[in-house]
Design a binder for this molecule. Structure first.
Ligand code: VGL
Ligand code: ZN
Length: 211
């Protein structure tokens, strides 16, 4: 039994950018393996939205901005605990570009996030202060979106946060698990799946759609 995708369902392709792919500055292990699946899945959807992590070079999430701090350590900011990352997805660099191996000409919108120096943004909906919005909820509302299906990088950060915010906005949200790969830093992947289950986000495999 394959799942039927409705004409108003949306596929959200999260952060398939060179810096998250092998050889990139914040490479997600095996991240490149999802690309053929994402391309095949996208053909089943009328509506596809992409997100793009897009940081100024002095972004607050970069360990390089905090004396004595190394990547993957954390700091406390006004809005809460922030994981520090290697410099990545700096705007107008190749690492920030969406992979040229994605073959989704019919993608309709690219949401950039994390472009304010002082606020990180994993979610495609809301930045890490949980106040600043990207406009995606408004867009999906005006487009009268049905279900949201989410793929991309990384499962435990931008995919999970996007899915949680989609569910909080009232959408029926499904993560297509084998079309994601995780960073998995300090138990982050197990925690993400637990949070997602609690929020009612569904978890399927690409074969459930592709057959
Ligand atoms: C991401 C860490 C920092 C992601 C983005 O796309 O999951 N992770 N910025
Ligand atoms: Zn980032």
């Amino acid at each position: 039994m394959t799942l039927a995708i409705a004409p108003n369902d949306f596929l959200i392709v999260v952060d398939v950018q060179y810096d998250f792919l092998p050889g990139g500055n914040l490479a997600v292990a095996h991240g490149d393996e999802i690309v053929p699946l994402v391309n095949a899945l996208a053909k089943k959807f009328t509506n596809v939205v992409l997100t793009q992590d897009w940081h100024p070079k002095d972004h607050i999430s970069f360990a390089s901005q905090h004396t004595g701090k190394a990547p993957f350590e954390t700091i406390e900011l006004d809005y809460g605990t922030q994981v520090l990352w290697p410099d990545h997805c700096v705007w107008n660099t190749r690492g920030a570009e969406i992979s040229g191996d994605l073959d989704i000409a019919h993608a309709q919108l690219i949401i950039r996030k994390g472009f304010r120096r002082g606020i990180d943004s994993y979610s495609g909906f809301q930045e890490a202060d949980r106040e600043t919005v990207t406009g995606l909820a408004g867009y999906l509302g005006e487009r009268e979106a049905g279900r949201l299906y989410i793929v991309g990088l990384a499962t435990d950060f931008c995919v999970a946060w996007t899915a949680l915010d989609g569910a909080a906005a009232g959408y029926d949200v499904t993560i297509i698990e084998d079309a994601t790969r995780a960073i998995d830093n300090g138990g982050s992947l197990d925690k993400a799946w637990a949070d997602l289950a609690e929020a009612g986000v569904q978890r399927i495999m690409s074969r459930d759609i592709l057959g």
